[in-house]
Ligand binder design. Structure first.
Ligand code: BG6
Length: 481
């Protein structure tokens, strides 16, 4: 089927995973810049200072900083209607708490947006995508402190005014619900839960849910404040939330499994959407806080701020699904985006063990739209795989085409069912650094980039087979898959 007129087909990226130039143009370090490379089996480490001789993939990444013209031209060739990217907060405020922005950083994004607009591509900007200024981590322990809200609002005020006539679509926080999970403290909140022992990702986490949920509350307040601000600065702005949707099925029809799946879905997936779309904490969250001794400090007026800062649309990432079981007998496990779960015997998995479930996207779109009844957008979906460059230089990524095709088919079914879908941006439209493992080998792109896990390669770009396939999809507005 054809999607509606103006459907936003495109691709998605994040500054820390593809921009590089980590010290150029006055940029300061972000949390991502303190994370080393890793692999499938060796987790990334967080280092409190940059270690000589250690590899940090975000520092050069794929060097979009110097290649943006060439890259955007290729996005234009594919016919992108939109391009999701993040602004690197530390290009604008290098430490996060300055009062005046860094002009060189602002200029860089002017150039990028101008280039996109020249190609007829609408920018879709994530304001914070795992890029909290490391200066704020050092000074305030990141989002654990309420002071960071003001820094974020100042940053948003600056970029909203500067790009008022260039950008219409904004997302306040990437995968804000990562803070509901122990592994999300540093990536999502710039929080060092263990003080100077910065090895949360590699050596197991000494979790502190109170700190995490307090930080999440600060992000909710920050998000609500800037939604209001955005509308004041430009009433045409559309601001969305962004949730990592980790679709969960009950492993069996045992009512205990059904209830457990519901409980986990509420806490991991629904809590954040509920606050950001409806403007208040749902009952199940209050119950969870009470039962777990989590005491969130709220200030007078917070309720009003949340209520007045509801988002215009709901966006989410979708890669896979997992199962949950209430049975104490251990089942075989599967990996996944942010969270693993129980293996589903009906599904195949990617090279990285994420279970491929196109029908789950259909289910998820319906589930979300039934609940919120506001426009929805899929802003991340894609397949991380090992690509092979053939002797003739071609890259025949049929597996990626198949993955995307199957997901788009299901997405279209959800639209036929009445879901108001604004657009679809495939994750990692150009090969970039993996957020979870820091690898380059885990490739998502329509465009291949010559660079390996250790940073070797000439950064040359070339289209894969999927590049031409996606071009056709966009040309026919989703009809020819
Ligand atoms: C999402 C993030 O969790 O999934 C992206 O928003 C990330 O930043 C993407 O890259 C894919 O995950 P990974 O770990 O394969 O890079």
């Amino acid at each position: 089927m054809k999607m509606k007129e103006g459907f936003l087909w495109g691709g998605a990226t994040a500054a820390n995973q593809f921009e590089g130039g980590w010290k150029e143009g006055g940029k300061g370090p972000s949390t991502s810049d303190m994370m080393t490379g890793g692999t499938h089996t060796t987790p990334r480490r967080i280092t409190p200072v940059i270690e000589e001789g250690t590899y940090y993939p975000s520092h050069e990444a794929i060097d979009f900083y110097h290649h943006y013209k060439e890259d955007i031209k290729m996005f234009g060739e594919m016919g992108f209607k939109t391009f999701r990217m993040s602004i690197n907060w530390t290009r604008i405020f290098p430490n996060g708490d300055e009062l005046e922005p860094n002009e060189e950083g602002l200029k860089f994004y002017d150039n990028v947006f101008d280039e996109l607009l020249k190609q007829g591509i609408e920018p879709l900007v994530t304001i914070s995508h795992y890029e909290t200024p490391y200066g704020l981590t050092k000074k305030y322990n990141g989002w654990a402190s309420r002071e960071v809200i003001d820094c974020y609002v100042r940053y948003c005020d600056t970029i909203f005014r500067r790009y008022k006539d260039k950008v219409k679509y904004w997302l306040t926080f990437n995968e804000i619900n990562i803070l509901t999970m122990p592994m999300g403290a540093f990536m999502g909140g710039g929080i060092l839960l263990n003080g100077d022992d910065n090895s949360e990702l590699s050596n197991g986490i000494k979790d502190n849910p109170s700190v995490r949920f307090q930080a999440l509350h600060h992000q909710f307040i920050a998000s609500a404040k800037v939604v209001k601000l955005a509308h004041k600065i430009n009433p045409n702005f559309k601001v969305g939330c962004m949730i990592a949707y980790m679709t969960l099925y009950p492993f069996t029809c045992n009512p205990d499994d059904i209830l457990l799946a519901q409980e986990k879905d509420q806490l991991q997936n629904m809590l954040c959407g509920d606050v950001q779309v409806r403007g208040y904490y749902p009952g199940f969250a209050k119950k969870f806080f009470k039962e777990n001794g989590i005491n969130i400090k709220m200030e007078d007026g917070d309720d009003k701020i949340l209520k007045e800062g509801c988002v215009d649309f709901y966006s989410f990432s979708y890669y896979m699904s997992n199962c949950v079981s209430a049975d104490p007998v251990k089942q075989e496990e599967a990996k996944g985006n942010l969270m693993g779960g129980i293996k589903n015997p009906y599904l195949k998995a990617s090279d990285w063990g994420w279970q491929i479930d196109p029908k789950g996207l259909n289910w998820t779109l319906n589930h979300i739209y039934d609940r919120y009844q506001i426009p929805v957008m899929v802003v991340e979906n894609g397949l991380g795989a090992v690509d092979v460059v053939e002797e003739d230089g071609s890259i025949n990524d049929d597996y990626r085409i198949e993955y995307l095709k199957d997901h788009i088919i299901e997405m279209e079914k959800a639209v036929e069912n009445g879901v108001d879908l604004m657009g679809y941006t495939m994750w990692g439209c150009i090969d970039l650094v993996s957020a979870s493992t820091g690898e380059m080998k885990k490739r998502y792109g329509f465009i291949y980039v010559d660079k390996d896990n250790d940073g070797n390669g000439d950064l040359g770009r070339k289209p894969k087979k999927s590049f031409y396939w996606y071009k056709k999809v966009i040309e026919t507005n989703g009809e020819e898959l």
